[in-house]
Design a protein. Structure first.
Length: 209
């Protein structure tokens, strides 16, 4: 995004981060929301964030995604028994998907929002030469939220690698059963400039319907 802070970009007049937080704030089971921001932003967080809901707390994130998640997890009270991790740049996650993922983790398993692969997938080498074609019937795109029993996620991040880009990859070593929760494929991550226009179009369509 050319150095622009994706969570602070506006979609239909509101920051991406606000759209991403709303489905979690709508669930009465959510006791606390920890937002990991860049250290400079964490020192002086925007009022639109801190005034959004009293359950929101801000911590300074790290240099990697995993380091930021670890900082947020450590800031949570020990009695929190289910922890959901969500990318701030996924503003289209629905209330229903958040609820479904929390339900799975509350039952003792792990949950990862995502969708089945519909395109043919290719495995390539460092030169982008095709190595093989895996069976797409066994492949899903992993999105967020990713939700787990609290103690298991804490242990995973206590021993985890800061290069990890996915929470479930750290938790899998524990042997916990983790299931995919179909989010319909609309749970877009705002990554490139054109994603803003796509996300706004989807939000507009959702509001009209």
């Amino acid at each position: 995004m050319g150095g622009v802070r994706k969570p602070f970009l506006h979609l239909l007049g509101e920051p991406v981060l606000v759209h991403s937080l709303r489905p979690f704030l709508a669930d009465p089971r959510v006791d606390s929301v920890i937002v990991a921001l860049a250290p400079d932003d964490a020192c002086d967080p925007p009022r639109w964030l801190t005034d959004l809901d009293p359950r929101i707390h801000v911590v300074a994130g790290g240099e990697t995604r995993a380091a930021s998640v670890r900082a947020a997890v450590r800031a949570m009270a020990d009695e929190i028994d289910v922890i959901a991790v969500h990318d701030a740049a996924r503003p289209l996650v629905s209330d229903e998907v958040v609820t479904a993922c929390i339900d799975v983790a509350a039952g003792g398993d792990g949950a990862v929002a995502g969708c089945p692969a519909v395109d043919t997938m290719k495995r390539v080498d460092a030169d982008a030469s095709i190595v093989d074609t895996p069976d797409r019937a066994t492949l899903w795109h992993a999105h967020t939220p990713q939700v787990f029993p609290g103690e298991i996620l804490r242990e995973a991040y206590a021993r985890g690698d800061d290069s990890a880009t996915d929470d479930s990859a750290l938790v899998e070593a524990s042997g916990l059963r983790i299931v995919m929760v179909d989010d319909g494929g609309m749970n877009l991550k705002v990554t490139r400039p054109h994603d803003v226009a796509v996300a706004e179009a989807i939000l507009t369509a959702q509001r009209v319907s």
